[in-house]
Design a binder for this molecule. Structure first.
Ligand SMILES: Cc1cc2nc3c(=O)[nH]c(=O)nc-3n(C[C@H](O)[C@H](O)[C@H](O)COP(=O)(O)OP(=O)(O)OC[C@H]3O[C@@H](n4cnc5c(N)ncnc54)[C@H](O)[C@@H]3O)c2cc1C
Length: 309
């Protein structure tokens, strides 16, 4: 399999955007089988350059994350990245997980801190564990053999009370410590991304790929829940439109496709290195957005991408 840093470098040389898909880990074995038999074949047919699999809140799905990454790589021939958080693990436990990942052919890790558990206001490191994602980047580098991604926040991280520029300096530190690329939190106003990129590249001298994360709106309620959790804002005009569509999820999803396609088109015109789709494990909306962008099946994944499980 390939390092994601190489995928971005080769696509930049060929002047084409990298298309990546993020999946969340289903909670049950049945959910996972359903994902592999119904969802994954449809998404693989769109031939993303790479995929990524989330690490459950509280570190609850770590086994499933790694096994899904392996299965996507083996059965679909698509490079896949494991998300990994600092939640609940000591340094030794994380180093052990990384060696396990290496032995299983996992070469790409998204290094994250993770969120405080539900109800808690502050993140508390596990005994012998890490307080910040930058420390996770260090240990991944030490173990070696991985391309490393990190999270970036165009509106600033929710907990960064000293402002978004302070948060972006800490992102710069994660990059200096060894991250190869940045995937951003979702946002609905591209101006946030443009300012984020201008600051990081112009003021802070960052040169690694800064990749916007795009989420398809599926319903008004879903987007309000997500933005409350991650701190992204809903622009007034979008908020009003979502109010009008409340109660009609089909219309909200159709609007969501148009909104994400327009957002993606603007970002591509601005020369982003790729688009990272939070697929929410849904085929239809992701496919419709890519079709509108003229990017369905545009990625570099091999023909095996459509082969099924
Ligand atoms: C693309 C993407 C994928 C994600 N996938 C997952 C997932 O699979 N599982 C999951 O649980 N969560 C996931 N998350 C959410 C993520 O875990 C949370 O957003 C978390 O709150 C912050 O993670 P981080 O890696 O950015 O943390 P950090 O980079 O550690 O930053 C956390 C906070 O600490 C501050 N900070 C950092 N360093 C310092 C320092 N030295 N001194 C003082 N303050 C500092 C930062 O400004 C920020 O406010 C994802 C987020 C994104 C954008």
């Amino acid at each position: 399999m390939r390092y994601i840093r190489d995928i971005y470098a080769e696509a930049a040389a060929a002047q084409r955007p990298v298309i990546s898909f993020e999946f969340f880990t289903p909670k049950t074995d049945e959910g996972e089988e359903n994902f592999f038999t119904r969802t994954m074949p449809g998404l693989a047919a769109l031939r993303p350059d790479y995929c990524s699999v989330t690490y459950g809140a509280g570190g609850s799905t770590q086994d499933r994350t790694f096994s899904m990454v392996r299965r996507i790589q083996t059965h679909f021939g698509i490079p896949c990245m494991a998300h990994l958080t600092c939640v609940g693990s000591s340094r030794e436990a994380i180093a052990g997980l990384l060696r396990e990942a290496q032995a299983d052919g996992i070469q790409n890790i998204l290094a994250l801190r993770g969120d405080p558990p539900e109800g808690a206001t502050a993140f508390e490191p596990a005994p012998g564990g890490f307080r910040y994602a930058s420390e996770l980047v260090d240990v991944i580098r030490e173990v070696g053999g991985f391309s490393i991604g990190v999270a970036g926040f165009p509106e600033g991280h929710l907990e960064a009370k000293d402002g978004r520029e302070a948060d972006w300096r800490r992102l710069q530190a994660k990059i200096e410590r060894g991250a190869d690329f940045v995937l951003t939190q979702l946002f609905f106003d591209n101006e946030f991304f443009h300012r984020f990129r201008a600051h990081l590249t112009g003021q802070l001298g960052v040169t690694v790929p800064l990749v916007p994360g795009i989420i398809p709106i599926l319903s008004a309620g879903q987007i309000r829940r997500f933005t409350a959790l991650c701190g992204a804002s809903i622009p007034d005009a979008l908020g009003r439109r979502l109010e009008e569509l409340a109660g009609d999820d089909a219309a909200a999803a159709a609007f969501g496709v148009e909104f994400a396609a327009a957002q993606g088109a603007d970002l591509l015109r601005a020369g982003v290195p790729g688009l990272h789709f939070y697929t929410l494990n849904k085929v239809a909306s992701t496919r419709a957005i890519l079709e509108r962008l003229g990017l369905a099946a545009a990625g570099a994944a091999g023909e095996a991408g459509a082969a099924g499980t």
